[in-house]
Design a protein around this ligand. Sequence first.
Ligand code: C2E
Ligand code: MG
Ligand code: MG
Length: 403
Amino acid sequence: MILRFYSVILDRFKIINDSLGHIAGDYLLKIVARKLRLLLRSTDLVARLGGDEFVILLENIEGIQGAIGVAERIFTELQKSLQVSGREVYTTASIGIVLGNSNYNSASDLLRDADIAMYRAKSEGKARYEIFDAAMHIQALNRLHLENDLRRAIAQEEFILYYQPIIALETGNLVGFEALIRWHHPTQGLKFPGEFIPIAEETGLIVAIDAWSLQAACQQLSLWQQICPQGDLKVNVNLSAQDLRQPNLQETILKILEKTGLNARYLTLEITESMLIEDVESTIELLAQLKARNIHISIDDFGTGYSSLSYLHRLPVDSVKVDRSFVSQIQENGKNHQIIEIIATLSEQLGVDAIAEGIETRQQLKRLQDLGYKFGQGYFFARPMDVSAATAFLANNCPLYDR
Ligand code: C2E
Ligand code: MG
Ligand code: MG
C-alpha cells in the first residue's frame, strides 16, 4: 500500500478573511472542503488541520503522476471564481506532496514533510505543488537552527555594527558613516546580513534587531561627534519593510535619539524602493512625520525596485542611493552607464541628492563627479570597518578647526 500525503494551504485566505470578515472566511473554507471531497475517491481522506490548511491522504494511487494529477485537478477546481458574501473571489492553493514509504515510522513525520514541501511551494511563488525530498528536510532543519540561533543572538548581544565612510565627492571630505550589521555567530563565525536578514524579516525578529542597530549607531555617532565636533558627522541606518509597519516606529526612534543625545538631523534612515510601494499613502504620511522631526530619508538600492514616477515626486525623501550594480557598469570604455546618468538627471529634477554606493575605482569616481553625484561610498575610499578601525579612520579624516 502506498500512501500519499498532501498538505494544501489556501494562498489568499487571510486577505479574504480580513477584507470580507470571518463569516465569509468560514463560508469559503466550507466551499473549498466540499470541492476537495468531490475531487477525491470515497477511499481517500481529507481533513482540515486548522486555519486554511487541509490534509489529504490518498491510498493505492498510480505512481507519482497519479499524485500530480490530483494536485492539478485541485488547482483547476480552485481557480474557478467563487461567490462569497455577494462578491466574486478567487483563491489558489500551495500543495506539498510526500510519498509514504517504509522509512516513515509515524504519521506525524509524514505530515511534517508534507508541510515542509507545502511551505516550499508557497515560498516559490504560490499556486504550485512541490514534492518533498530529503534535501528539503536538511534545509528546513538548518533554517530552523538559524532561526533559534537568531532569537538567542538578540538576547546575547551577538550583533555588531560595521561602519562604512560616506564621502563628499567634490571635496573628498568625510561626511558620515553607514552602519552595516554583522553577526558574530558563536560557532559559525562572522555572518553577513545576506545570510540572516531574510530569515529575520520572515520571522519578525528584524524589528528588534533594527531597534538595536539604531540605538547602537546613534550611540556611536554621539561619541564620534565628541571626538570630532567640527565634523558635522552623520549616520545612516538601514530599515526593513516591517519596521515601517510598526505603529510605534516614530516613538522608538525619538526615544533612541533622546537617550543617546543625538540631534535628529544627523540621522538618515535608508529605506529600499520596494518597501515604499507597499502602501504608498501611509508610507508618505510616515515619512513626512519623520521629516518634520528633521530625520533624513534616503531611498536605498535605487533603480532596482519598482519606483513609480507617478509618486516619486510626492515622497518626502532627501536623497537616492544608486545601487552599486549600476556603478559597477562604469567601465574603461565609458559605455554602459546610461542608468547612472538617468538617475543623476532624475534626482536633480526631484531636488534630492544623488549618492553612489559601491565605488571601487578612480575612474568610476571621476565619472560620478562629472555627473553631479554629491556623495558616495565604496571600497575605493574604505570598506565597512569595526568601531576601532572606523575611529582611527575618523581621527585621520576629521577636518581641522581652522579649515
Ligand atoms: P546596503 O544598505 O545597500 O549596503 C551596501 C552593501 O554594499 C553593504 O553590504 C556593503 O558592505 C557593500 N559595499 C559597500 N561598498 C562596496 C564596494 O565598493 N563594493 C562591493 N562589492 N560592495 C560594497 P552588507 O554589509 O553585506 O549589507 C547588505 C545589505 O544588508 C545592506 O545593503 C542592507 O540592505 C542590509 N543591512 C545591513 N545592515 C542592516 C541593518 O542593520 N538592518 C537592516 N534591516 N538591514 C541591514
Ligand atoms: Mg544601505
Ligand atoms: Mg544599497
